[in-house]
Design a protein around this ligand. Structure first.
Ligand code: GCB
Length: 857
């Protein structure tokens, strides 16, 4: 190791004592909290958001306004000689800090850290009142303006007191206390390390001591600089550096101390990890890390969690990234904003390459303030996170033309102005990125539209990420490869990756015949397999990031779970969906085998049909043993071994074995033909208008896929599967009020004539489930795709219902009687000598039915 210092070296003339080292302590607990305009206050702990619940409620807008936090803290007498700061890891989105009623400082932006000095406002040896006002109101000058996620308000990340000596490393400013470690040149043989920072109150009485330790904790560099001045910049070299990569996440550590030469007291100290690696994005060969190609495969990740909103503890951040690593990823995009500082630490440690970005999303305001706030966010992101070797991409825009494209009647002049201001901002952000850090790649994410190419905005960053939803928002999974090849051919110098892809899914929806927009886990699997294949076979593709690691909150969403974007590989509470295990089998180094269908253990088949079983396996061959008896072997294609097995009615134990790993599941097989016979033991529930089974997780009821009537059985006559719009295969993508069985109500048969059950003589209870699906689309949602010209049909759908010829409902008008998109359940008790025939007789419009249950009494 070579030292490049011209300064005098002091070899431990003084032995520093630890008495006044930097003190960092959280002040998370016990805040009095109230919302502006509401008289109630309550005690809360930070991390905290006031939107954890209300962003998920029917008929209420989540509260976007001001929250006020107040707390008393005692400040000891001996802090008089020290400097005191408050550090916020993140508060959304405008924050003002007051100490003893005096203004201390403010910050704009919800996703980066900031530090405010409060030394001069404190009463020592006394109580002090901290008041923090946080406002998450919409503000046209602050990104994000709009997006498909919740802008939860509050102090949702840790808040700390930091106490240093009067001389200290700079804590305020966009770096929020970070001192910059760069590795401008790295090779197998040598890594140059530079370290820069600022000292507040430098003095001749101080010296600066540095120490770098290698991944094993050996000191590889130690140096003492005899004097301090305001700015310092130090360079050294590490020979034969232990490189950082996903497989070898080697981390070095730098420790810097400011020491008083007379007393030996440490006035301030700073510690940070860093790593040595080099990389490039090559438009032909893809991503190259430390000289070797590596396909980036992983996911995007939002920071919120079921019931908590964005106020999640570090342990949950850590758990997420461990799960992401365990599924075999090497890549993560912290969409759509910088996440908790803990996140980048864990990515360094686990070996995950990171794309981090600022929340300039969907739209740009053509104002000086908006531009400036965006630039500030970008500066804060880069200066605060620069030491993390995991970060390789700095992102600064997501689908910036989508609002413009989807606003139907925007005048051409306004469109041109939007494009102009967006391009200007992109240029500023690009220039600022390169000014602050030329060692990483700049990137932006685009939606599927040629405007990004024709306007030239896509030529601004180093790398382009495409958010591509073929087989979902755009038709045809197989069109992905064609699209990519065309882009590559047209823009051969542009490195590209897929920054988002994937359909929504709901573990309550199971089928063997998946279709786009059915929200089944099977369709999610089909889509991800296809994407993986099409990207992996193209060497020029840098990589891909699934949308999204986990389901997340989005108040504008109306999928099959209200207000939740369901494209996660795992549920909102992080319970894995099948697809998570698929990625694990396909990507992780560790061997694994998994029988798909965690929620598909009850199968309802025609007698004589085989049961489809899919096994995800890391190894090419899979054995399945049925009831510890019969063994079948099959080769896995794309890491899926598919079996089609004739099974008798009843319970069967299925064991899948591959390369020494085993997974088992009990399958309960029911023949549909026998359901009527078994009615006295078990009701029949049918998911009308759907090819999928709906598993009600609350009651355990399974609403089986619908069927056409045939003799001595049951089923519908007449009508068609309801479709909200052309490119959705079935159902209504709308929240249904007063139920938790949304998918059951969302799919339906329209124009149905009758539903028949060939039951024997007896007393039965019939339940009919229905909803009026048509609504006036108040605002066209860009996420629910296209051509929704929906009407409020109050009065236009009226029908009678007859059971075995007897009128049980006359002039039923769901819209008028119950309201649109509201769950309606009508129950009837009937005697029959033989058979049940439920007739739907139109008065006007087409009768509609979502579900039916028959119970023998
Ligand atoms: C996108 C957006 C992302 C959305 C996603 C979706 O392209 O970038 O914020 O959540 O699509 O699910 O529609």
């Amino acid at each position: 190791m070579k030292k490049l210092f011209s300064t005098i070296l002091l070899f431990f003339l003084f032995h520093p004592v630890a008495s006044s080292q930097r003190l960092i302590k959280t002040i998370n607990s016990g805040w009095e909290f109230s919302l502006e305009g509401q008289n109630k206050s309550k005690t809360v702990n930070i991390p905290h958001t006031w939107n954890a619940k209300d962003a998920f409620k029917d008929d209420t807008e989540y509260f976007r306004g001001k929250g006020i936090y107040q707390k008393e803290i005692s400040i000891p007498e001996n802090w008089k000689d020290r400097s005191v700061f408050i550090k916020f890891e993140g508060a959304n989105q405008e924050t003002k800090v007051y100490v003893n009623d005096q203004f201390a400082g403010e910050h704009i932006g919800g996703y980066t850290s900031f530090v405010i000095e409060i030394s001069n406002l404190l009463e020592f040896e006394d109580k002090n009142i901290l008041r923090i006002e946080v406002d998450n109101s919409h503000n046209n000058d602050i990104p994000p303006l709009e997006a498909d996620f919740n802008f939860y308000g509050g102090i949702y990340r840790d808040i700390e007191l930091v106490v240093t000596g009067k001389s200290h490393f700079k804590l305020t400013g966009p770096e929020a206390g970070n001192l910059l470690i760069k590795t401008p040149e790295v090779s197998q043989k040598i890594a140059t390390v530079s370290f820069q920072g600022e000292i507040v109150n430098p003095s001749k009485e101080l010296y600066l001591q540095l120490e770098i330790t290698d991944p094993l904790g050996n000191i590889v560099f130690k140096n003492t600089q005899s004097e301090t001045s305001e700015k310092f910049s130090i360079r050294t070299e590490i020979t034969n550096p232990q490189l950082w990569s996903p497989d070898t996440p080697n981390l070095y550590q730098l420790k810097a101390e400011l020491i008083d030469r007379n007393s030996g007291e440490i006035q301030d100290s700073y510690i940070s990890k860093f790593g040595c690696r080099w990389f490039e994005a090559n438009p032909e060969k893809g991503f190259i890390l430390n000289g070797k190609p590596i396909k980036l495969i992983g996911a995007n990740r939002h920071q919120d969690f079921d019931n908590m909103g964005n106020a999640v503890p570090n342990s949950l951040h850590r758990k997420d990234y461990q799960m992401i690593k365990d599924m075999g990823s090497n890549f993560i995009r912290t969409a759509h904003y910088p996440q908790d500082s803990e996140v980048y630490k864990i990515c360094d440690k686990l070996g995950l390459l990171v794309w981090t970005e600022i929340p300039v999303i969907n739209d740009v305001t053509d104002s000086e303030a908006y531009h400036q706030n965006s630039v500030n966010m970008l500066r804060e992101q880069i200066l605060q996170l620069q030491n993390h070797p995991s970060i390789v991409f700095w992102g600064y825009m997501n689908e910036i033309f989508i609002r413009l494209v989807f606003t139907g009647n925007m005048p051409e002049a306004d469109k041109a102005a939007k494009i102009k201001t967006s391009i200007e901002l992109a240029r500023k952000l690009e220039a600022e990125t390169k000014k602050l850090d030329s060692s990483r790649l700049s990137v932006m994410a685009l939606h599927d539209n040629n405007l990004y190419n024709t306007t030239g905005i896509a030529d601004i960053p180093d790398v382009i990420g495409w958010n591509l939803y073929f087989g979902w928002y755009t038709q045809g999974l197989e069109n992905l490869g064609k699209f990519l090849d065309e882009q590559h051919k047209k823009y051969p110098d542009r490195p590209i990756l897929i920054s988002e892809y994937g359909p929504g899914s709901d573990s309550r929806i199971q089928t063997n015949t998946p279709k786009p927009w059915d929200y089944s886990e099977a369709y999610q699997l089909k889509s991800h397999v296809s994407y993986l294949n099409q990207v992996i076979e193209r060497d020029y593709m840098i990589g891909m990031a699934a949308w999204n690691f986990a389901d997340f909150g989005s108040s504008g969403r109306q999928d099959s779970r209200p207000y939740i974007n369901q494209k996660g590989l795992v549920n909102f509470d992080r319970e894995p969906k099948d697809i998570y295990y698929y990625y694990k089998a396909r990507l992780a180094k560790e061997n694994s085998v998994f029988i798909a269908g965690g929620n598909f253990e009850h199968r309802f088949i025609e007698e004589g049909d085989s049961v489809n079983i899919k096994v995800f396996s890391s190894s090419p061959e899979v054995d399945v043993i049925i009831d510890d008896n019969e063994k079948l072997t099959t080769k896995a294609i794309d890491h899926i071994a598919s079996f089609s097995i004739p099974l008798s009615e009843g319970t069967h134990l299925i064991k899948a074995i591959s390369n020494g790993k085993e997974h088992q599941r009990k399958l309960q097989i029911n023949f549909r033909d026998n359901l009527i016979e078994r009615l006295s033991a078990k009701p029949i529930q049918v998911n009308i208008g759907s090819h999928s089974d709906f598993i009600d997780e609350e009651t355990g009821e399974i609403w089986i896929s619908d069927q056409e009537y045939f003799k001595n059985n049951f089923g519908f006559t007449g009508g068609k599967v309801y479709q909200q719009s052309e490119n959705k295969f079935q159902g209504s993508a709308s929240n249904i009020k007063l139920t938790t069985k949304e998918p059951l109500y969302q799919t339906m048969r329209e124009g149905i004539n009758k539903y028949t059950f060939d039951v024997p003589k007896g007393k039965y209870r019939i339940s009919l489930l229905m909803t009026e699906p048509n609504r006036k689309a108040s605002k066209q949602s860009i996420y629910n795709l296209g051509s929704e010209t929906l009407e409020n049909t109050e009065g236009s759908r009226i029908f009678d219902i007859l059971i075995n010829g007897k009128l049980v409902e006359s002039n039923l008008n769901l819209a008028a009687d119950y309201g649109i998109l509201t769950a309606v359940e009508l129950n009837y008790t009937v005697f029959t000598a033989t058979g049940l025939e439920i007739n739907f007789r139109s008065i006007s419009g087409e009768p509609i039915l979502s579900g039916i249950r028959i119970e023998k009494l």
